[in-house]
Design a protein around this ligand. Structure first.
Ligand code: ZN
Ligand code: ZN
Length: 410
């Protein structure tokens, strides 16, 4: 028996006028999910609690059974884990942008001309930086203009502000301590030194000289933000006695899974957008679901969230149809699974961001109290037999249906 949480990121939505007041999911033609709904049980879910607008990170932590108010310290640690840095509890992690600055450090392009290549060589140079004899600088490029920074050592704190000026035409912000501790002051000082030194080390970097020659903005400064101390999280396998894997597209979700101790499955061709290579994504998801070494798999496909952020109504609907046709078709045929399909939050196309609207849920498993719902959609699911649950209920429900949870009491 295998437990599966299948997250269609940002799937939940609101009625859209252009779709005859249906949501993209209600409007989408999803025969395989509909069949599973018909043979299963449905409901709606407040991932964190009613009205809370979840980030993808806090939502996924909750779905895995962790309390985000306890373990979520910021985005940095999860981004760092997502690019395969072996972060350790206590490390201070940041997400970074490669940006373009002038000699007085005024930032003129926060994305360094959306640089696509050469960031690995730039990262190699940054790793040579000598900040403090007791602090190790771990730095790695991510996709495009993104990177992560991890500081490891004694006397560090995450109680500091950001360096990213957020708007072009400004200099990097001076990082400040948020409390009176020596650790916060020390770390703030290190960050300010890091930003300045990054410019010194990168302004004449061969990759940048070539970019300047090609009339492209050089990646000559690094701007850290999203600071967080890497939390100590009870590994998933210890917590539940289940060996787990994660098949996801984005670094953020992979990072959460990695910090929770799940095995990370790499998916070639995954972009996290509606242009993702869904055939490849689907193939790797199905292979992971069929891999006998795992008792549990967390799946995330990201395109519906991106379309929601972009206000792309038909893009979102069509992506949901593709997920149904390419991935759900195969999952429909699988036995001996407890499958929980949902979203981590709503990303309504009319809002362009995450909202607190509850998300639709269905479960495919044997022995369910099947309800009368025959189609997958927000308002159909609201009438289902699972009623209204919270994200923190999910691992309990799955383990109960898998028969792996012990009785509470005699
Ligand atoms: Zn999300
Ligand atoms: Zn989003």
């Amino acid at each position: 028996m295998k437990g599966i949480i299948f997250v269609i990121d940002g799937m939940g939505d609101r009625p859209v006028k252009e779709l005859g007041n249906q949501t993209p999911l209600e409007n989408a033609n999803t025969p395989y999910m509909n069949k599973m709904v018909e043979e299963g049980i449905t409901g709606i879910m407040d991932t964190i609690r009613p009205g809370v607008r979840p980030g993808s990170d806090t939502a996924h932590l909750t779905l895995l059974g962790y309390d985000p108010y306890e373990v979520y310290t910021g985005r940095g640690p999860f981004e760092a884990a997502g690019v395969n840095i072996d972060v350790k509890p206590g490390d201070i992690a940041f997400r970074c942008n490669f940006a373009t600055a002038e000699d007085d450090l005024t930032v003129i392009d926060r994305r360094a001309g959306r640089i696509k290549s050469g960031t690995d060589k730039i990262a190699e140079t940054i790793r040579q930086m000598d900040l403090d004899e007791n602090v190790e600088v771990i730095f790695k490029e991510s996709d495009a203009h993104r990177a992560v920074l991890v500081l490891r050592g004694k006397g560090l704190s995450d109680q500091i502000t950001d360096a990213d000026p957020k708007h072009e035409g400004n200099k990097p912000k001076t990082v400040k301590a948020l409390d009176d501790s020596e650790e916060a002051k020390f770390t703030a000082g290190l960050l300010n030194k890091f930003v300045e030194k990054s410019y010194e080390m990168l302004k004449d970097h061969p990759v940048n000289l070539e970019r300047i020659e090609n009339c492209e903005n050089p990646a000559n400064i690094v701007l850290p933000r999203g600071v967080g101390a890497v939390p100590a999280i009870e590994p998933f396998e210890e917590k539940y006695g289940l060996k787990g894997a994660c098949a996801a597209e984005t670094g953020l979700i992979k990072g959460i899974a990695k910090i929770a101790g799940l095995d990370i499955i790499d998916i070639p061709g995954a972009t996290g957008g509606i242009d993702t290579d869904l055939e490849s994504v689907g193939k790797h998801i199905i292979a992971t679901l069929k891999d006998d070494q795992y008792d549990f798999v967390l799946v995330n496909v990201d395109g519906a969230d991106e379309a929601g952020h972009d206000g792309d109504i038909t893009g979102k609907r069509d992506f949901l149809e593709k997920v149904d046709r390419i991935i759900m078709k195969e999952i429909y045929e699988m036995d001996d699974i407890v499958l929980f399909v949902t979203a981590d939050h709503s990303t309504p196309v009319s809002v362009g961001d995450h909202t607190g609207d509850p998300v639709p849920v269905f479960i495919k498993a044997s022995g369910l109290r099947v309800d009368d719902i025959t189609e997958y959609g927000e308002r159909y699911a609201a009438k289902g037999g699972l009623n209204r649950i919270r994200g923190s209920d999910v691992m309990y429900i799955i383990r109960d249906l898998m028969n792996v949870i012990s009785k509470f009491g005699a």
